[in-house]
Ligand binder design. Structure first.
Ligand code: NAP
Length: 499
């Protein structure tokens, strides 16, 4: 391997200052499309760096909580303008370090901007409610208060949108932040923090510490000054974070893995359904928490669906995400490549039929990257590991069923419950599915992907725990609701005694 690319060293951001880690060590990040190309060097931080960041966030906490929410929102509007100015650069950064196609990265920047805009406006709406008191001359109402210092711990697959959808409501709600991005995608994080710095956040309100989850992330979970943890990542780590955070009586919100299914019924419009499944399964190289990893097809439409599915999968162009003509880019890391290849092996050993793809791409133009063919398994049994475990790559399992009931049983036969979809023209079947799907998000005649920032986002079971992100519910996590009773009567009055 030959590294001729420039190496820029990024720093942590603590108490309004960019600074090196106390470790004095950095680590490199490579471009998944050309693994010899180093994107940059980043601070290999130690627990001490996380503690310094927590101290800064703690010291800034009172002052920031006392800034009126509309003024906090005004800073977000400035951040929005700056992000609009830097949108192209942000999208290229995402593709450079995560690998996804540039069109997906542009969509991710747009998503980040939408949540910043939505949250900024919420600064004028962070309302509680008033309600009649059971006592005379008494006013009863609720207010929302910030939690205090909040740790944001994020994954690599949406290195801008996920941090933004935590950060924006968290800041508007009046909390201070220590942000630990995934070790694999720290450059988007550095640029996101630069944007908020330029927008005028006071020192200490937002702090960034890069470095390993096992030390930096763990310190954030353990430190008593951190009152809330908003985590997105794997179910394995999220479960541990939830258990420990809850034991320490912190507020914890964890968004985790998925095993999302699309159901194609006999009356489905295949012009919608096939591209929806192809996009859901292979878009962003299958590395979305909402990716379609299972498709459940009613037998009357199965052959036609499969023929179209394979034709459209064959037509996908694979290559460097920076090239706009490519639909499928590399996996994000060697680790991801190894995991996905391992699961393809598991599927074959379990007896599923490898109907399309399944191989690593290694010829010349792919030689330096982590490329794999979009892969389709048929004859999949619902109890197989590939049918139940999150693979997090471009691997689709296909099931054939006789009716909606059977489809629902397979769709719900997993521990995960993030997103699902059904393709049908029949309202009766669509509503039946909506009412029986065990997922936090349900789509009809649309892919399992995505969502809009003013609706809650999150899953059931192994896909999520704690309050939902985004929408008005997103603000419930980042605030405490306080009940206020004001007795404005002239004299002493009789009070009930039951509590
Ligand atoms: P991950 O390995 O669980 O890591 C997530 C974050 O946790 C990273 O910042 C990681 O740091 C940190 N971490 C690791 N060990 C920790 C510890 N002991 N204490 C505290 N933090 C720790 O997940 P990932 O591989 O980055 O992300 C992929 C997963 O995210 C998939 O399962 C995907 O489905 C899920 N995801 C879910 C959603 C959703 O909304 N439901 C959205 C996107 C992704 P390091 O990077 O330094 O290890």
């Amino acid at each position: 391997m030959n590294d001729n690319s420039p190496r820029q060293t990024s720093q942590n951001y603590i108490n309004g200052k960019w600074q090196d880690s106390v470790s004095g060590q950095t680590y490199p990040i490579a471009n998944p499309a050309h693994a010899f190309q180093i994107v940059g060097e980043f601070q290999a931080s130690l627990p001490q760096d996380a503690e310094n960041a927590i101290a800064a966030a703690d010291a800034a906490s009172n002052d920031w909580a006392n800034v009126p929410a509309p003024q906090r929102g005004a800073i977000l509007y400035k951040a929005l303008d700056i992000m609009a100015r830097r949108a192209g650069e942000m999208a290229e950064t995402i593709t450079l370090e995560e690998g996804k196609p540039i069109a997906d990265a542009i969509g991710e920047v747009k998503r980040a901007m939408n949540i910043i805009e939505y949250s900024a406006g919420e600064g004028r709406r962070l309302h509680g409610y008033t309600t009649p008191s059971e006592l005379p001359d008494t006013v009863a109402y609720t207010i929302k208060r910030p939690i205090g210092v909040v740790a944001l711990i994020t994954p690599w697959n949406f290195p801008l949108a996920i941090p933004a959808w935590k950060l924006a409501p968290c800041l508007v709600s009046g909390n201070t932040v220590v942000y630990k991005p995934a070790s694999g995608t720290p450059l988007s994080a550095v640029k996101l923090v630069e944007i908020f710095e330029e927008a005028g956040l006071p020192p200490g309100v937002l702090n960034l510490v890069t470095g390993p989850g096992g030390s930096v992330g763990n310190t954030l979970v353990e430190d008593p000054r951190v009152k809330g943890i908003s985590f997105t990542g794997s179910t394995e780590i999220g479960t541990a974070v939830t258990a420990r955070g809850s034991e320490l009586l912190k507020k914890v919100q964890c968004e985790m893995g998925g095993k999302n299914a699309a159901i194609i019924l006999n009356d489905a419009d295949l012009e919608k359904a096939v591209p929806g499944v192809v996009q859901g399964a292979f878009g962003s190289t299958g590395q979305r928490c909402t990716a379609t990893s299972r498709v459940i097809v009613e037998n009357g439409i199965y052959d036609e669906f499969m023929e179209n599915l394979i034709d459209q999968t064959k037509a996908l162009s694979i290559g460097d995400g920076m090239n706009e003509s490519n639909d499928v880019a590399p996996l994000s890391s060697k680790n991801q490549l190894d995991t996905v290849l391992r699961y393809i092996g598991v599927g074959t050993e379990e007896g599923a039929r490898l109907t399309f793809g399944g191989h690593q791409l290694q010829e010349d133009k792919f030689a330096d990257g982590y490329y794999i063919e979009p892969t389709i398994f048929t004859d999949v049994d619902p109890e197989m590991r590939i049918a139940k475990e999150e693979i997090f790559g471009p691997v689709l399992s296909v099931f054939k069923v006789s009716n909606l009931k059977e489809a629902v049983n397979i769709s719900n036969n997993v521990d995960f419950g993030l997103s699902s979809s059904v393709y049908t023209r029949d309202l009766v079947q669509a509503y039946e599915y909506i009412n029986s799907a065990e997922t936090g998000m349900v789509h009809v005649n649309a892919p399992t992907l995505g969502g809009e920032v003013h609706l809650p986002f999150g899953g059931l079971g192994s896909s999520g725990t704690g309050q939902r992100e985004q929408g008005t519910e997103g603000f419930d996590f980042f605030t405490e609701t306080i009940s206020v009773y004001i007795d404005h009567s002239a004299g002493v009055k009789e009070r009930s005694r039951f509590i």
